[in-house]
Design a protein around this ligand. Structure first.
Ligand code: ZN
Length: 393
């Protein structure tokens, strides 16, 4: 991860508006280094990993309102189970960077933390999981996409395009893990938990698929590793998970514990005795390694799990018993379903019951009004899908 970040910083700037063809300076230099690393990992995994260059054009205020060429890099690890191979889990970082002025193609923009760190996490997950897939020891049933996108600093253009690409290829998004500014742990008294941001969503009562993804990740990696933040992103700011979240898909953002605002989005300089710049010397590779493992383990367990149940319904209003029903496709690898509940003020689910073959349960003497309910699928291998909250009939 340190080597890749060093190479990316060595590109001088990775502004999306900089050169795509100069191998020494600009965003094209970054693409070359990430692509080389993906190809190296693909070779080590017996070519289980497929490297894809996705070229497109995009326009925003921050492209001068004219279309500019862009590229995203993906490495795809196809799922081993034909039934689940179209269910896609994504880990993403953005390879582009920016100086203080987001239109300035000349200034240095090292972007060691923002977001060479997230790019390195995505690439490291590709290494860990393709190695696992190649060893035959772990069965990753669903597919995983390791992404390094461009255009984040010009208005989330690369991730927006990635979502279109994913839909066009016929995938369903199982979960999108955005890693952006995950490389430093500068707050005193560390080590600290990585923050995981998830938005509330727009459903009545229950919260969003993004929140369910975040809860699942916390349960997998543990409360000592993950600090859940029930907010779509840092206050007044955005990231590559945003368009996924807005589309009602499960997407969440990893970010280091406390940002130093003299680092990110700053052209390296000294001004008024203060040193500005997003430099490698501020990174913590121990912290970043943990973030990569947290991502990798979450992806591993989610990709091993059965598909989440569809359309859990809550019935039983104005009766003494709550009734929860759901549907699901046949899956010989599924052990059953967990019915989850929580107090309406409680942030996390608890298991109410486990059923093997049924797709309906009556919760005797449990009012529909005083709890929230959800269902998740459990594999024979012990892996769990994200929870799906009940909706009204
Ligand atoms: Zn960023």
């Amino acid at each position: 991860m340190a080597d890749l970040i060093h190479e990316l910083v060595g590109c001088g700037t990775r502004l999306t508006l900089s050169s795509w063809t100069d191998p020494k300076r600009g965003i094209g230099c970054a693409r070359d280094h990430v692509a080389a690393r993906f190809h190296e990992i693909a070779a080590q995994s017996g070519e289980k990993l497929q490297v894809i260059v996705d070229k497109f054009e995009a326009t925003s205020e921050r492209t001068g309102s004219k279309p500019i060429p862009m590229e995203n890099l993906y490495a795809l690890l196809p799922g081993s189970d034909a039934k689940l191979a179209k269910l896609l889990f994504i880990v993403s970082g953005h390879m582009d960077s920016r100086p203080s002025n987001t239109m300035d193609t000349e200034a240095d923009a090292p972007g060691a933390d923002d977001d060479a760190s997230g790019t390195a996490v995505s690439v490291e997950c590709a290494r860990l999981l393709s190695k696992l897939a190649a060893s035959g020891r772990g069965t990753l049933r669903a597919s995983i996409l390791f992404a390094a996108v461009s255009g984040e600093e010009q208005g989330l253009l690369g991730s927006k395009h990635m979502l279109e690409w994913i839909k066009e290829k016929g995938y369903t998004v199982g979960g999108m893990l955005d890693n952006d500014i995950v490389g430093a742990d500068t707050a005193p008294g560390g080590p600290h938990r990585v923050r995981l941001f998830s938005g509330n969503g727009e459903m009545d009562d229950a919260d969003s698929p993004s929140r369910e993804l975040a809860r699942a990740i916390e349960e997998i990696d543990g409360r000592a590793a993950i600090r859940l933040i029930f907010r779509v992103d840092r206050y007044g700011r955005g990231g590559d998970h945003y368009y996924f979240y807005k589309a009602g898909l499960p997407a969440a953002r990893f970010t280091e514990p406390l940002e130093d605002y003299t680092h990110q989005h700053q052209t390296p300089r000294t001004e008024g005795g203060i040193a500005y710049g997003d430099l490698e010397k501020y990174l913590s590779f121990k912290f970043m390694g943990d973030v990569a493992r947290d991502n990798g383990e979450a992806l591993r367990q989610l990709a091993m799990a059965p598909a989440p149940p569809s359309k859990p319904i809550l019935k039983g209003a104005v009766t003494p018993d709550a009734r929860v029903s759901w549907s699901s496709e046949e899956d010989p690898e599924r052990a059953g379903f967990e019915i989850l509940w929580r107090e309406t003020t409680e942030p996390r689910w608890h298991v109410y019951d486990f059923v093997t073959t049924r797709t309906e349960i009556i919760l005797k003497g449990v009012s529909t009004d005083n709890h929230f309910f959800a269902v998740r699928a459990v594999g024979k291998n012990g892996a769990r899908s994200i929870a799906v909250p009940t909706e009204p009939d």
